[in-house]
Structures are given as structure tokens and as C-alpha cells.
Design a protein around this ligand. Sequence first.
Ligand code: SAH
Length: 387
Amino acid sequence: MKKLRVSLATEKKIKKGQLLLEKKDFPHLDLDHQLVDLMDQRGQFLARAYLSPQNKGVGWVFAKQALDLDVAFFRALFEQAKAKRQSYRDDAGTTAYRLFNQEGDGFAGFSVDLYGDYALFSWYNLFVFEQREKISQAFRAVFPEVLGAYEKIRFKGPAYESAHLYGQAAPESFTILENGIRYSVFLNDGLMTGIFLDQHDVRASLSQGLATGKRVLNMFSYTAAFSVAAAMGGALETTSVDLAKRSRDLSQAHFLENGLSLDHHQFVVMDVFAYFKYAKRHGLVYDLIILDPPSFARNKKETFSVAKDYHRLIAQALDILAEGGLIVASTNAANLSRQKFKKELDKGFAGVKYHFLVEWGLPADFTYNKKDESSNYLKVFTIKVNQ
Ligand code: SAH
């Protein structure tokens, strides 16, 4: 095992409970994809970590002792993770949620989601990917009720991004339940699955009162999961806007799954900025507008980044929002702090009065490292506009 001496700044950060190792912690690093022991300036053992670059950082601390990564190690983590989610298991109306969330459950670099009888593993770097035999063996021992599993590759390396991992094959698409609402999902078609599980508390608020009697506009709607929740919660009408052609069929499938007629629900394949213009020109008005863009997007003409352009979404939403209307503003950009996101929103309101009704982070099954704000990446605000 290699020993790496760290700077005082890195030592402090580790002692505070931060787990992500960054390039700036090791300016002269020439090691990769391996376990290391981190030592302080005096040569004393600090923590055990692994090195492997991913979308953020160059590695992760996982223990303050010299632990080995064997099946028993992962088995113990899965047992704790399972115990924490007892309330989800007891809820017959919900069959999809996160079973294991990276550093929040004791080991960063992979997550596991439950979709009905099947599990979905996401690997974020090559080191954890190489541990997957051990990890799935431990998982199967703790979750024997899971019939089969799939995997998603979320780093550059293997020539595939989605594959069957073990056990029974899942149907090409099938239905999961969330708070009694049905959603159609697929586990082996690209990186997406038809639903973003981390938004389940927001969908619950829509289906449990927030959307009742309202005209709802859902921007960047993907499979229209927010619209379905709103419709089930008594929305008068919903309009779902997404650039991707495929989103229309997937969205309609969600509505039909729940026995909803499509009469008052529209699916528009269009750029959101084009739709804002169209709606304004036609005098369309909405009581509730949901904004949930990708962190970064590029179309033929321009790029959109949450950090720089979110204010434009707010400004244009205000043009077509009914008096006293609501905006649900969401982002999953981990590199944008809650405070910076609020500033960006404020820029969009440009003097129009508003206040936050609810401020969401990640839901309880997405356990995160409480000592590192960036690990609670989801930021969603329900905003009342008093214009
Ligand atoms: N809100 C969704 C998830 C959104 S994922 C949910 O809760 O399920 C981001 C979506 O934005 C993708 O479906 C993508 O096709 C869409 N998108 C990206 N850029 C867009 C643009 N300029 N106009 C409309 N849709 C866009």
C-alpha cells in the first residue's frame, strides 16, 4: 500500500469530515486507481482512501482506519443502508427509491437504486468499477429479494454505458410505484431510466396539493413525471415542454399508465426559450411553472448553463405567470452552491417581489455527507411570486 503525505490544508479538510480528494490536494500526483494511506505532516496515519479520477476530484477517503475492501466490508455497508430505509420498504405505495448513496452510505463512487424487483448500479470511476464483483456479491447477500440488476457507466472508459449485471433480465419497460402513482421505467436504454428518483419529494408535493386546480407548465419535462404528479393531484391542465422528440411518447405513456385522459394535457416538442416566446405571443398564462433544466445543454444555436443563464428562465417565466403564481425552480448542479443559485434566481426576479414557500434538498433515501455541502447537490425551491 502506497503512503501519501498530505499538506496541512488537506489534513484539516479530512479531519473536518470532507471525503472528496481534489487535484489541488496532490499537485504532483503520479498514482492512479489504487488504495493509498494518507499520512499527516509528521508521518502519522490519517485515513485510507482510493485514487481514481471521475467527473469531480481524483479520489475519495473511505475510512479513518486501515480497512480492507473485501466482501464483508461492503456487506456491512449494505446492511446499514438497508436498515436506514425501513420506512421506504414498509410503504406499499412506493417501489422505487435509492438503496445506497455513495459517501452518504459510507463509500463514494457508486450508487444503487431499486426499481421494483430490480436494482440499478451506477459506477462513477474505474476503481469502483473494478470492485464490482465484490460489491455485487455483498449486495446479493443483503438484498436476496432483488431479482436482477443492471449497471450504468458514468465515467470514460468501458465501451458501453448500460448493461445487464446479474440475475433475471427485467422487461424492456415496466411500471414502478411512487406515492401510489405509476411511472413507466426502463433499465437498459442509455443512462436515463424514465424517472429521476431524487425528485420524489417534489413530485409528492405536486400530487398532494400544490398543483390542485392549477394550470401547470413543466419546462424541460423529459418524461413529464412532474406533470403526471400534478395531474394526479388535480391540476386543471398541464403543458410539458421538451426538445427531445422521444419525450412525447414516454410522457403520454406515464399519463395512460395512470388512467388519465390526455384531453387537458399537452406535450410540446420545442426549445423552452422558443416556447416562452410562443406562449407570450398567444397570451397563455400559467399558475405554476416548473423549471428543471440540465446543468449544461447545447442546441444548434446556443449553450445554456445553470450558473450563467438560470436568471433568463425566471425572467421569461414571469412574463406568462398568473398573478400570485408559483414557480418551482430546480437544479442538480453540484458545482453551484445553494447561495449562488439563490443569487442567480434573484437576478431573474429583477425587483419583482417573491418569497420561498419550501426549500428542498435531497430526499431522505439520498443520504449525503452532512459535512460537505456539495454532496447535497439537489436544490429545489417552491417560490410564491407577489407581482
Ligand atoms: N424535469 C425532468 C428532468 C429533466 S432532464 C424530470 O423531472 O423528469 C433535462 C431535459 O431537458 C431533457 O429531457 C432534455 O431533452 C431537455 N432539454 C435540454 N435542453 C432543452 C431546451 N433548450 N429546451 C427544451 N428541453 C431541453
